[in-house]
Design a binder for this molecule. Sequence first.
Ligand code: HEM
Length: 414
Amino acid sequence: MPSVEDIDLTDWGFWRRPPDERHAAFRILRYEPGLIRFEEPDIIIAPKGPGYYALTRHADVVEASRRPQDFCSGKGAISIPDMPGDMHEYFGSLISMDDPRHAKIRRIVSRAFSPRMIQRFEDQVEAVAGGLAERLGADGTGDFVADVAARLPLKIICDMMGIGAEHYRAVLEATNVILAGNDAEFLPTGDVEQHALALLTAGQTLKDLVEEIGRERRRDPADDLISALVNANIDGESLTDQELGSFFILLVVAGNETTRNAIAHGLDLFTREPAQRALLTAGFDARMPGAVEEIVRYVSPVIWMRRTVTRDTMLNDHEVKEGDKLLLYYGSANRDETVFTEPERFDILRDPNPHVGFGGPGPHFCLGAHLARREITVMFRELLRRHPGIRADGEPERLESNFINGIKRLPYAL
Ligand code: HEM
């Protein structure tokens, strides 16, 4: 059992350790009094900052999420160093903004992601998921991520945006690079400058794409999100090109890289836990909503988000100072034994399940949560209906990342 001094969340070695060992380390951090500070990574392209506090307890993650005036998202909610200017150009969208700008921009798209609108998309999600499940029958084995888990969210978010099928591959490759973490399969991880260049190039690819489609939609609007974005008028102002580009990048990255992992981990979990699977199939419609929440709790596809303290204040019992950086570790909060009974158990009947996998309560709560829930539900319904025996047929190949709990490949058999 490691001691607190042995745990370094900044060290990539920590994130290469098996999930059980990482969960055990977070358990130690949760029981340690106060907040634990970690050194920031030395990334050369940005000045090394003062370090960050890891929020590992559920109550602290919830509190930091619900007080955006004291714990802001600007400066870089998705990066530990403050985001350098050129990165901000591509990745400084909604998620790294504060009100009033945040609220204004969120309003433009929030309607498109409301439960009512997602309901309208139901037929399409069903048709795509059904088609993917149907095609699996051909040879009965393969890579579940490539054949299923990556495809559904990609097609749905591209359809919502109005991006044609000819661009799917480029979108997927770019979003893979952007959330590759430290995985050498997608990024030159040994060379900081090349690493940054690859990220910027992926951002530029997506920005070029939205600008091209945006020009068409300004001339000839369609019933899609890019048309809504380019023709949006927020109190007399429209989105700048930079805002359009970075918002688009956020939506396709968030739309793709999270739900995919929830679906892939879902198959892995239902293979490891046959009793839970039997429970599900014995009453799919009644039990799937709870199962989706439990998958998101158990897996926590997004590992952390950052906040910055805006004034000297208290965060629950802890004193924090203006400028302190806080990392909200969702996966740890979701296994906090003061909130969840037997948190290590995957239990689709868990009730209540106040997980923070989609973020804590507050203005940044995941915009795509309803969509993600529908995608996961419909995908498993179509899979289990057509292939009741489908199972993971080997260990998942994991993404090396401290930010996304990703599966790159998962062999399956029918
Ligand atoms: C299982 C799937 C998903 C998980 C676990 C997830 C998780 C999260 C988390 C943890 C946050 C940050 C909350 C915060 O900072 O307080 C977030 C924000 C966000 N998510 Fe998701 N997400 C998922 C699917 C999606 C999908 C499908 C979309 C659709 C496009 C999406 C779009 C967004 C956006 C735009 C934000 C930023 C919201 C804001 O700052 O106002 N997400 N998500």
